[in-house]
Unconditional design. Structure first.
Length: 168
């Protein structure tokens, strides 16, 4: 018999893990807390590259999160293929991240855990990428936050459904 994991684990992944993925993790943690599911779901984030490992999040990302009432603690790290085994869901912030994660996945079963964040937003256009705000202005971080917030509601529903299936 396969052991049942009690904690559902989600990891958000972008390029350097200092802008989009920490913003997504912070917003989703808040949604989980609002729904009373924070004790059942572990959320973290990582980057496809290790350029910023050990750094904090971009100050613009932190500022936008703080102004909207979200948590801002973060230390960048690089995604490791060995993490697939412990994760239930790996959320890519754009198509390039998704492709890199699929390349890193040790098995097709692990690759099946990878989803694009905006696929959880029914109002999202055909292009599901969350644009990288790093080289732009603060407005790009505000836009990123709005996209993350819109997709987080659908992601919350999906995770809640997975938790209910797991409990059945």
């Amino acid at each position: 018999m396969r052991p049942v994991r009690t904690t559902y684990r989600v990891c958000f992944v972008c390029t350097g893990n200092i802008c989009r993925s920490p913003m997504a993790a912070s917003v989703f943690r808040a949604r989980l807390a609002e729904a009373g599911l924070d004790g059942l779901v572990e959320v973290d984030s990582a980057g496809t590259g290790g350029w910023h490992e050990g750094d904090g999040a971009d100050p613009r990302a932190l500022s936008v999160l703080d102004e909207h009432g979200y948590g801002t603690e973060h230390t960048a790290r690089r995604f490791r293929p060995s993490w697939f085994a412990r994760l239930d869901l790996v959320i890519a912030l754009d198509g390039s991240h998704r492709r890199e994660l699929i390349r890193l996945a040790p098995t097709p079963m692990e690759a099946a855990k990878i989803r694009l964040l905006r696929s959880y937003d029914p109002a999202a256009p055909a292009d599901l990428d969350v644009p990288d705000p790093y080289y732009g202005s603060r407005a790009g971080f505000e836009e990123c936050l709005a996209m993350v917030e819109a997709a987080s509601e659908g992601l919350l529903v999906a995770v809640r459904n997975s938790l209910e299936e797991r409990a059945a």
